[in-house]
Design a protein around this ligand. Structure first.
Ligand code: ATP
Ligand code: MG
Length: 597
């Protein structure tokens, strides 16, 4: 066989194989071109999931007739003025998208650059070029792509249903729109609007345009439950919004990440997110976030993925540290603030014929500045109640206090031996005593570790726990680490361990359950991992078995002590699985339930 040079059309089809995976890839390339062209409005149509027609019209700078001819040539770009791949400030830079699309579909581009008195159209049909001819267009550029993959039938077979392909197109427009609140976007399917996002400017009622755009896309709940993220390490800057853990989903679809304005799906970034939320969410739950990482262009290589969906960082450790640090700080500052969706859902459930949400603005459940509250509560800091039968709360006079003194109010009763009902200045708080206590124990273990170790409590009669051989091995391997956390175990013949001491702050513990659950936990973790790296999970498991379980009766002082400790404890608004520990219903909303307002 002899070696030959491939014809241009074949080269372009090969390139298209990487760049144009599905209709949404075309939408992405065309909309990115419109953004690079300085458009303020971008209108997209995607018919039949994009297979029959995709069109993108913008009011950007447009192209001259000479530019039009160049634009469809391979490796022709206006975006790399000095051949420097290290300083890329535009979304495009390869000069590959248009020729690739033209090689596998019917592409036509109509454009007018401002001083020109005339628009021009050029078209490429599966690689066959029709030279520019005059056309009618006010200004900007309109690109139409018909019959995608007609020239590469093999690819056609991989298209999913129009509905699925449309969903992908919607997703990419949403992502690009998040990064550009100042640009108006619309997306239609030929009959109706799927997305309509007017440009948001800074001046409107002082609200952050980014948050306005995000809530238009991610929903009002995100708006009400988002923490502002702003952090910097060296030249890397992280901004955006991250949801409270109680606002979570079963998949990562509501996690939007951007690097230098580019939507990315980057493993490193997702990993950092998981790391930051680990202690607050079960591993199969995902927080909602929209985070924007900006770095000097030479600190990140965007030329590592055909669709530019992944990037490579010069200093991955710095990026991870920035993200984890910023999110953890925000989570700590959010304190015990729980998601308003929880209160909203609760109200919806009890309202007769339950309908609309009644929480306007950022109000709603549990939104207190935690710092002031923590200081306030410090005076009433008391031992963790309910761990033994000792009278546990010294502040017996609490019942006479006014509810206005405490953010979580004064306990008025316990119902179903599971929930504490407290009266606040302007509402009521319902606490899930088990979830709350679990979180408090967890925070206590962490604090004890930081300040010299967890106190242990010897057992009068050591408890023998029978387990399968593998579980025994896993536990014994980690015996030293467990001892640091207050749990002293030893191997006990074949297939059992003996527990000699337990963490004092767990009080009466369901030891068998705890030991078995820890063994299960360990089975899922890497062997090399130190327990301290999984501290959140270990604490959660311990707390879960030592808590004031649902079903335990609490007296008044015990309940109030629990409320006061919640106020004083960071992260007490949700248990370690992301469930809320309490909900608050405002009097105003309760009044609405009864038609008083
Ligand atoms: N909507 C538009 N408005 C104005 N100019 C455009 C538009 N779309 C494309 N162009 C011009 O055509 C050129 C080629 O576009 P193309 O998308 O093929 O490559 P690119 O954007 O430069 O790089 P990449 O392949 O990375 O997207 C661009 O560099 C730009 O000058
Ligand atoms: Mg481009």
């Amino acid at each position: 066989m002899t070696i030959r040079r491939l014809p241009e059309t074949v080269i372009n089809r090969i390139a298209a194989g990487e760049v144009v995976e599905r209709p949404a890839s075309v939408v992405k390339e065309l909309v990115e071109n419109a953004i690079d062209a300085g458009a303020t409005h971008i209108d997209v149509v995607v018919r039949d999931g994009g297979q029959t027609l995709m069109s993108v019209a913008d009011d950007g700078c447009g192209m001259t007739v000479d530019d039009l001819s160049l634009a469809i040539e391979r490796h022709a770009t206006s975006k790399l003025p000095d051949d420097d791949l290290l300083t890329i400030n535009s979304l495009g830079f390869r000069g590959e998208a248009l020729p690739s699309i033209g090689a596998v579909a019917r592409l036509s581009i109509t454009s007018r650059a401002e001083p020109a008195d005339q628009a021009w159209t050029i078209s490429v049909d599966g690689g066959d070029i029709t030279p520019p001819h005059p056309a009618a267009l006010g200004s900007g550029t309109r690109v139409e792509v018909r019959d995608l993959f007609f020239a590469t039938p093999a690819r056609l077979k991989f298209l999913k249903t129009p509905k699925t392909e449309q969903t992908h197109a919607v997703d990419i427009i949403k992502r690009l729109a998040m990064a550009h609140p100042d640009i108006g976007f619309s997306l239609g399917d030929g009959n109706r609007d799927l997305i309509k996002l007017p440009a948001v400017s800074g001046s409107m009622d002082g609200a952050d345009p980014l948050l306005q755009r995000l809530s238009a896309i991610m929903g009002r709940d995100f708006h009400d439950n988002a923490m502002t993220i702003e952090a910097q390490r060296e030249d890397a800057v992280l901004t955006g919004y991250a949801g409270l853990p109680t606002l979570n989903r079963g998949n990562a679809q509501m996690q939007f990440l951007f690097v230098n304005g580019r939507p990315v799906r980057d493993k490193l970034l997702y990993g950092a997110l998981r790391g930051a939320y680990r202690e607050f969410l079960a591993s199969d739950r995902y927080p909602l976030v929209a985070l924007f990482l900006d770095l000097p262009s030479d600190a990140v290589d965007v030329n590592v993925h055909p669709a530019k969906a992944e990037v490579r960082f010069r200093d991955a450790g710095l990026v991870r540290g920035l993200i984890v640090g910023a999110l953890k700080r925000a989570l700590a500052e959010a304190g015990h603030r729980a998601s308003t969706t929880v209160a909203g859902a609760a109200l919806g459930a009890i309202r007769p014929g339950g309908v609309t949400r009644s929480f306007g603005g950022g109000g709603g459940g549990g939104t207190y500045g935690s710092t002031g509250m923590r200081e306030h509560a410090e005076n009433f800091h008391s031992p963790l109640p309910g761990l033994d039968t000792r009278p546990s709360a010294p502040d017996v006079a609490m019942d006479e206090e006014s509810p206005g003194d405490y953010p979580l109010g004064v306990a008025r009763g316990q119902i179903h031996e599971t929930y504490i009902i407290a009266q606040t200045e302007d509402g009521i708080v319902i606490v899930d005593q088990h979830a709350a206590h679990e979180r408090l124990v967890q925070e206590r273990i962490k604090k004890a570790l930081d300040t010299g170790g967890v106190q242990r409590q010897g057992m009068l009669i050591p408890e023998v726990v029978e387990l399968e051989e593998g579980a025994v091995l896993r536990l014994v391997e980690r015996a030293d680490e467990l001892a640091e956390l207050g749990l002293v175990i030893e191997a006990f013949g074949d297939g059992a361990v003996v527990v000699r001491e337990t963490p004092a702050l767990l009080g009466e513990t369901d030891i068998k359950g705890l030991v078995r659950d820890l063994a299960d936990d360990f089975a899922q973790w890497d062997e090399g991992l130190a327990l301290t790296q999984k501290l959140g999970d270990v604490c959660a498991t311990m707390a879960c078995h030592g808590s004031v379980r649902a079903g335990r009766r609490l007296n008044g002082p015990e309940m109030n002590a629990l409320l006061r400790e919640m106020e004083a404890t960071p992260h007490s608004g949700q248990c370690s699985h992301g469930r809320p520990t309490y909900v608050e219903l405002k009097l105003a909303d309760i009044e609405k339930l009864f038609g008083r307002r």
